[in-house]
Ligand binder design. Structure first.
Ligand SMILES: Nc1nc2c(ncn2[C@@H]2O[C@H](COP(=O)(O)OP(=O)(O)OP(=O)(O)O)[C@@H](O)[C@H]2O)c(=O)[nH]1
Ligand SMILES: [Mg+2]
Length: 481
């Protein structure tokens, strides 16, 4: 992405496809001048003369020179006369705009055809097509957003649940950047003190005591670790908690998945070993996103396809936030222990005793007790056939994934791999600095480590950054954002 900041860019800001309205956005020094060439305000005023942050009804046309060239863009209809559409023009002069530059939005009918023609007209009028994420990149480069906020724009657009959206919006408000920024400035102050200490070493002035220094660094380290610990919580908020359903073949795992989803997503048959692969599907329960994962049944087998399926089951279990073990209520629970091995020293969060419709209450109670004695978590009795216990199960799962620490309040939550890696690097450097301090080695070593830590934190907010990192971040955006 090499776009210089002194040119003017344009792009479709609304999704591809048909819609009530579609918006083409212009940003840059000449945004108003470019727009003036292609809009004819119904008020007959020139766009350059109207107040900022106002809306105007207008005809959108090709710039005059295109009209005069005698090359109609379309063979019939109004386009031939240079007219593209009628719409609204919004003018926002910098720095009070998303990019902090002059921005003009052209609101027209939401047709791919029209939006394409409006972009062509903008280009003919002197703009250039924007690259992915270039509007947001400009907002960052012009100091409107820090880098973590710019990334939060994407996170906001992509949020799939209410909780994920709230978190993204907190990032957008700059909470993460502020917190990281505070740690960084504390590090930079310490760094300055150590450097000053070195400069005056001959005069033997200790600007910052060894103990005080160690104390401060340890405090910063703990703060960073706390932030990084929020990673799993953040990932779950963004992607939804993964609830993995496991158990022996034929116990009703796929039936359970289907009924929790409310759709016939997985194949259900009475043949053991029906499911061969991992099936993941997301649902939103009262604003909380949950990804339900159905797996291949676990048993001893010679079948290579089934073996591969089971390998996938085990790796899915490793990635699960909640593991639900399904057992068949109509069979002795010991069988589940023998044939799956999963109950041995198991880490299950929930045990579902399904097919309760097939057994009498006495037997059921005895088996529930046995399962509970195994210490594999709470046992829930269900029957997919009659619907018994399914609401209870849904509530239990919700309870597992929305414990207090899971809610999007409290400190900043890390959801971005890049941020997590930067925090990890900062922590490692601070740990090195602490080791050097404890060994009382030359302050130069401490300085190098502290500087690295401060730089790593600077990468989160964009205080320290390279063109390469920026390109990587903004290329994930869509054009027009
Ligand atoms: N009676 C009764 N039958 C059930 C219940 N739940 C599922 N079944 C039946 O049990 C059989 C197996 O169900 P599945 O959902 O395919 O079982 P699974 O655990 O996914 O099996 P695999 O994919 O082979 O591992 C089907 O015939 C279902 O209709 C239940 O609560 N009661
Ligand atoms: Mg199945």
């Amino acid at each position: 992405m090499n776009g210089a900041l002194d040119d003017t860019i344009c792009g479709v800001a609304t999704p591809v496809g048909e819609g009530g309205i579609g918006i083409v956005r212009l940003s840059g020094r000449d945004a108003v001048a470019v727009a003036e060439r292609i809009v004819r305000l119904r008020s007959n005023r020139s766009l350059g003369s109207v107040a900022s942050h106002t809306v105007h009804l207008a005809d959108l046309v090709f710039p005059d020179k295109e009209l005069g060239s005698g090359e109609p863009v379309c063979n019939s209809g109004p386009v031939e006369s240079g007219m593209i559409d009628e719409g609204l023009v919004v003018i926002m002069r910098g720095p009070r705009s998303f990019t902090a530059e002059d921005v003009v939005e052209l609101h027209c009918h939401g047709s791919r055809m029209i939006l394409g023609l409006v972009c062509e007209a903008c280009v003919a009028g002197g703009a250039r097509m924007a690259e992915p994420g270039e509007f947001t990149k400009r907002a960052f480069l012009n100091g409107r957003l820090d880098l973590s906020q710019a990334e939060a724009v994407l996170e906001t657009i992509r949020a799939k649940s209410e909780a994920g959206l709230k978190m993204a919006q907190r990032h957008l408000r700059g909470e993460l950047g502020r917190q990281v920024g505070e740690f960084r400035s504390r590090l930079v102050k310490l760094l300055a003190k150590v450097e000053a200490g070195i400069d005056f070493v001959e005069e033997d002035i200790a600007f910052v005591g060894q103990e005080e220094m160690i104390g401060s660094l340890e405090e910063i380290l703990r703060g960073l670790q706390r932030m990084r610990d929020s990673w799993n919580r953040g990932r779950r908020l963004r992607e939804g908690a993964r609830v993995v359903i496991v158990g022996r073949p034929n116990v009703g795992k796929s039936s359970l998945l289907n009924s929790l989803l409310g759709e016939e997503r997985a194949i259900v048959t009475d043949v053991p070993g029906t499911t061969r692969d991992v099936i993941a599907e997301s649902v939103v329960w009262d604003g909380l996103m949950v990804t339900l994962v159905d797996t291949a049944g676990l048993r001893e087998t010679e079948d290579v396809v089934e073996q591969e399926g089971m390998k996938r089951t085990r790796s899915a279990m490793g990635e699960g936030d909640v593991v639900v073990l399904v057992v068949d209520a109509s069979e002795e629970i010991e069988r589940d222990i023998e044939s799956t091995g999963v109950m041995e020293g198991c880490q299950m969060n929930l045990v579902v005793m399904n097919k309760s419709d097939l057994v009498d209450d006495g037997t059921l109670a005895r088996r529930v007790k046995l399962a509970e004695a195994r210490g594999c978590g709470r046992v829930i009795v269900t029957s997919v056939r009659t619907g018994v216990g399914l609401d209870v199960l849904r509530e239990e799962i919700r309870g597992c994934v929305s414990q207090p620490s899971f809610e999007p309040n409290g400190g900043a939550v890390v959801t971005n791999v890049r941020h997590r890696q930067a925090l990890e690097r900062a922590e490692a450097s601070i740990e090195e600095a602490l080791k050097s301090l404890q060994k009382r080695v030359e302050p130069e070593f401490v300085i190098v480590d502290l500087r690295e830590a401060a730089d790593a934190l600077g990468e989160v907010t964009g205080a320290i950054t390279s063109e390469e990192i920026l390109d990587q971040i903004f290329s994930e955006f869509c054009i027009g954002k």
